[in-house]
Write a protein of this length. Structure first.
Length: 159
């Protein structure tokens, strides 16, 4: 019986699924682009430990402002957004946890119209070769989805 369980366990551990999902919504009435990212907590914790501080622990730590600073910095380093061919910056609004998933909330303000949208998403590519970043957009009443990889890390939409 042990011989059957061990190979299955090893196979599962070797083939972990590395993915993030980013939902981007343009709310014209608020002149706002609202971004919600779903990321595995353990993957994000590992990358923050590797890049910034090996003692970082996610999941409601006492050091939330300290941790939020590094989360915002990492997202700023790895996510690039252009609207109407101009680079824009986003505000990291915060995060919340749902079991093993962390939701990160970003916002871009003062966007009166979108004719062109471009995102480059490099989350976790330096750590996981198999990483895939799914981007879903709802802009100008149109829904689009993209699968980004380290070989194809950018999507571009014209409206």
């Amino acid at each position: 019986m042990i011989f059957i369980v061990l190979p299955l366990y090893s196979y599962t551990a070797m083939h972990k699924f590395y993915v993030s999902v980013t939902q981007i919504d343009y709310v014209k009435e608020k002149e706002s682009v609202q971004v919600t990212m779903r990321i595995f907590v353990d993957d994000f914790e590992n990358i923050l430990r590797k890049r910034y501080d090996q003692n970082i622990t996610l999941q409601l730590s006492e050091d939330e402002p300290y941790i939020d600073k590094y989360i915002g910095k990492y997202l700023d380093d790895k996510i690039d957004i252009k609207i109407n061919k101009q680079s824009v910056s986003f505000d990291f609004l915060g995060k919340e946890y749902d079991h093993d998933i962390m939701y990160c909330y970003l916002e871009i303000n003062n966007i009166k119209a979108i004719n062109h949208f471009e995102i480059t998403n490099n989350l976790f590519f330096e750590m996981f070769e198999e990483q895939q970043n799914i981007v879903k957009t709802q802009i100008n009443s149109k829904n689009k989805s993209f699968l980004l990889t380290s070989q194809n890390n950018k999507s571009e939409i014209f409206y």
